[in-house]
Each structure stands twice: as C-alpha cells, then as structure tokens.
Design a protein around this ligand. Sequence first.
Ligand SMILES: [Zn+2]
Length: 537
Amino acid sequence: MNSRLVRFAAAPLALLLSAAAVPADEAAADRVRGHVQFLASDELEGRATGSRGYAVAAQYVAAQFASLGLRPGGTGGGWYLQVPFRRATHVSPPQVRLRVRGRTTALAHGIDVSLQPSLLEKNRSIDAALVFVGHGLNEQALGLDDYAGLDVRGKIVVAFSGSPTGLPTEVRAHLDASKPEAAARRGALGLIEIPVEPTGAPRRFGSLGRPRLDWIDTAGKTGATSLLGARLAMTAKTAEQLFEGARTPLASLRAQAKSRRPVRGFAIPARLTINAQSSWHDFSSPEVIGLLPGSDPELAGEYVVLMGHLDHLGVKEDAKPGEDAIYNGALDNAAGIATMLEAAREFVQSGKRPRRSILFIANTGEEQGLLGADYFASHPTVPIKQIVAAVDLDMPLLTYDFTDVVAFGADHSTVARTVAQAARGMGIAVSPDPMPEQSIFVRSDHYQFVRRGVPAILLFTGYANGGKARWDHFFASVYHTPKDDLGQPINWKSGARYAKLNYEIARALADADARPRWYRGDYFGDRFAPGEPRAER
Ligand SMILES: [Zn+2]
C-alpha cells in the first residue's frame, strides 16, 4: 500500500461525503481552479499558436464542451475551425535604399529602418516614389482625410505614427491600427511610419521586422495586417534624410502635428528601393467551437458569442539555464477559458435553454494580433449578421476580491444596459475605464467582431477594493512574463464570480426580446454597422 492510499484510507468519512454540501460558489471556484491548473501547467508549454501544447489545450476544451453536452460548432461536424497560418521570416536583412537629390543611401535594417516580412511575395523588389500623408488617416465619419488631393497609387506613403490627440483613446487606437488598410484602400504600395518626436522610433519599430504571423486562406486572402506590399517604420533620424529637399521641413510638420493643426500632405522628392526575401512556414491551429442551440424557434437562428483566447506566448527562446522559460499564461488567458467553461456549465445546469443560441469559442492566435478571431469573423461558421453580440473573457485579474468591473465596449451599444443590470443583480459596480492609455477596447478578440458590426464587450475586474494596486503590479512585472503562472495568489472565488457575471450578461442577451443595438452617433456603430437600426442613449 503506498503512502497516498494510506492517507486516503485515514480520511474521515464525513470529509469524503462533504462534497455534496459544498456551497455552489465554492464548487464553481474549484472547477475554475481545475481548468486553470491544467491549462497553465508546464506540460502545456505556454500554449503557443500551432504548438503541441496548444493542440492539447484545444483537445481539453473540446472534451469539456462534449462533457457539458454542447454540440460541435466547428466545420465538418467537428469542434474545430482550423485557421491556416503563415509565418514569414526575412531570409537575410532586407536591403532598403533611399535616393534623395541624386544621392543614394543604404539604410541599415533594424537600425535606420524596419520592414515587415511579406506573407504574399517571397521575393520583393520595389522602387517607388514617396508621398507624405500627415497622420495617414482616412475616416470620413470623423472628417479626417489626410489623403485629400494626393495621388498615392503605386507609391509608398509616409505618415506620422499615432493620431491627433483630442479623439477618444479607443477611436485613436482603432485609427492607429487601420492605417495600413487606409493606405491600401487608396492604392498605395507601402506605408512608412515615422515618429512625431525628433528622436527615437515609432512604437512598432522593434517588432515590425521580426517573423510575422497571419492567416492566409485557400483563396490567398490574408488578414488586414498584410494588405500592403511593404510596411516600414523609420527612426526620427532617418526620417530627416527623407525630407531633405522637401517643400516643408520636417521640423515644422512635427510642430503642426503636435499643435493639432491639420498636416497637409505632399509628394516628397525622394524614392525608396526595397529588395527583400521571405521564407514561409505554413501550419494550422484551431478555433474550438461549441454550440448550445436556442429554444425559441423565432430566435434560435441568432447567436450570442461567448469567447476567450486559448493561446499564449509559448516558451521563452533566449532563457538562461535554470530560468523559468514557460509562459504559463494562468491569468492571460487560462482564467478566461476556465471561466467561459464555467459559464457554459451554468447555461447547461440551469435546465433552461436560452432563447437564442450560444456559441462558445476558444480563440487561437490572439497574442499574435487577434488572428484566430479575425479568421473566424471572416470565415464564420454561422452567418455573421446573425451574431447579435460577442462577450470576450480575457485576462480577468483574479488576485483579489473584485467589487467592480470595467466593461470595455459596453458604452457604444445597448449592451451597456445588460451589463449594468447583470452587475447590479450581483452587487458589483460598473466603473468607467480607468486605464484609457492602454486602449484595451481594440486589444482583444472582441474588437474583430466590432469591426464586423457586432456589438461586443470585454469585462475587466476593476480598480476598487485594492484592484488598482493589483493591476499596476500585474502590468509592471507579471503581464506577458513567465511569472503569470500558478504561483500567483489567485482568488478562485473571484473566478467563479467573474464566470457568473459573464453568464448573466450572455443569458440576458440571449433571452431578450430584441437584439442589442449600437447607440445613435456612436463612432464604431456608424463605421461598421451603417444602415442598421440604432438605439437612443
Ligand atoms: Zn496576452
């Protein structure tokens, strides 16, 4: 008899039977802990998109869906929607040359300039004229058209990074992310971002030249990140060379940008040549999808999406011997998946099917740019117009007993009312965004649904009851490090409450007579769901 069995035999019978009497919230907390312990274990090796660890995690979620009695919601009657990915890597440092006033300068890759590897062309050879386009924004709804009167077809546009201050941070973050799309729409061949500041480099400079992952479907269509022939970033110093001989000196353009005066674009008397080779690695990684069919014959053809990302950052490649190298992602986002599974269980255990159908989705490729959710939204397994709302469970900070939540995205649509009501019912306050500088609204998977016109939200645990200190600590020293593991003091009852709140919100959205609507005049509604009925605030 081994020691474990001895201990088991010695346990009093009352302890063994007490499981039946465990309060509901404790039982839910235990289930959330069980899921997180498995998903964030070292054996899953950080669940990197496309890795073996991710594949095991996907199997786990599918098995949980099956055990709950959900129906497979993937393709071919299975649990998965396989996302075809391509990783592009520079074979050697790309050659980028700048020609100004008859003089050619070679720019050092990674020092002066940074070029994104291509997912569409293995060998790129570009020689193009340059056009300055202010901040590179083209948003009619906001009266912003930095391309007005400029012919950028077949040219490379040069734009200040960021966007004019004075706009709401969520709108700014969206505009910032949409610049390549705006340039491609106008027929530009490429986009160079330069900093407004006279020193340094744009925010993306360091990451832009690294291996790039995106989805690419059988028709050769890729995600929005790969639309352009060339995407570059330049240091402030290199940008100075670019504007030698330009009709307006860069210094005064910078001053205009800072003073919020419109910065008019113009053709720059310079050309850029690019010679670059990419190598590709193609693989697939699944979205895991479970379906709970609705009960109302009138509404069952509509869907509420409840989702979280299952992927994380994998294993640290440059770890020193003995260093913890595994990005376990316990809170980012094993906790979101665990609480989604618990919310799914609430639906099933309620014994009352929701009127609308629920799609539970574990997303892949989130950490690499919300890629799995983007692929799903472009290749949905149900008609996207029939998805009435999406609720995203990402990175709930469960290291304290939260008493308030922040609902990113809620105030754009009537989902706000549902969130307020559900939170009130649980004695939880709803607080305004305390970290607008983080632009959380565009930094998780729900944003890919917003871009297709679907009202969507993400709940964060709030700053009250010690939350601020926990968030500050988390962002400063835990977020996206191997320390986001089970060594953290996780409050599993907070996990159960986060699950319950998301369940209550999804339940109310699924059972309501009317589907959620964007508020009249809301920027995101007007931009992505034009022509649809609106709600008054
Ligand atoms: Zn993350």
